[in-house]
Write a protein that binds this ligand. Sequence first.
Ligand code: SAM
Length: 262
Amino acid sequence: MTRDQVLQIMKENNILPEAGFGQNFLCDEEIINGIIDAAGIKPGDTVLEIGPGIGALTQILSSLDINLICVEIDKRLVSYLRKAYPDTRIIDSDFLKLRDYGAEKIDVVISNLPYYIMTDIMMKVFEEAVNARKIVYMVEEAALDRILCESSTKSYGPLAVVSELYGNIRVVTKVPGTCFVPQPRTTSAVISFDCHDNRPDKDLIVFIKKCFAQRRKTLSNNLKGCDKDKLSKWVKDNFIVENIRAEALEPTDFRDLYNTLK
Ligand code: SAM
């Protein structure tokens, strides 16, 4: 979809981008094709697209031999998409509130993410799309640091830990603001996850979030209610010092500690 096509669809359907929904529509065919290629979609796959907008990715996805499910919050866009892609399932919903959408059947997740809820969407997908093979997101370049950072850094938290445990992450390409209508001031990046078979399940993800619940507090304070003797022994065996915070743990340590405390 080119810039002229995006502008024409917006004009014909009386759609002004809604900043509150993080609407920056992709208008660069090379980037659009690059996202689709990175998703490694196979015939027969079930593909979830979160936030299809005016269909930059949907246009291509809907032409493939796949089961496509799109979830869009903006009712104006939902009614446009249902007209333009009558054979595609367009769910009219806030993805964060969506239940019973067949998450466990999804093979591939693809989204030019609304940046204001990037973390919440990523964590929901990690928790629910438990059999996904591949996930491809467009994110703000500045947010890469929160996904790819090392332990003991300021940005290190549940998102980085779960991302690292979930799959091999690759930065596919950087995307300048000129590739969107309207143009954001920031640069974006496309990332892909090749999902591991032994990815963290929902209980482990909840545990990781609990470990970081209050960043300034020690692990022991955040894990009230757990077996304190087991925790204390695990910390001493692995770290020598006792009063450590979650930020000191490597991603695999969280799995180890979770299994120890189970
Ligand atoms: N996929 C389109 C593209 O690449 O041009 C649009 C991407 S735009 C950055 C983000 C899209 O997510 C918008 O269509 C917006 O309305 C939608 N969106 C925002 N919040 C959402 C939510 N909570 N649930 C579902 N869709 C949402």
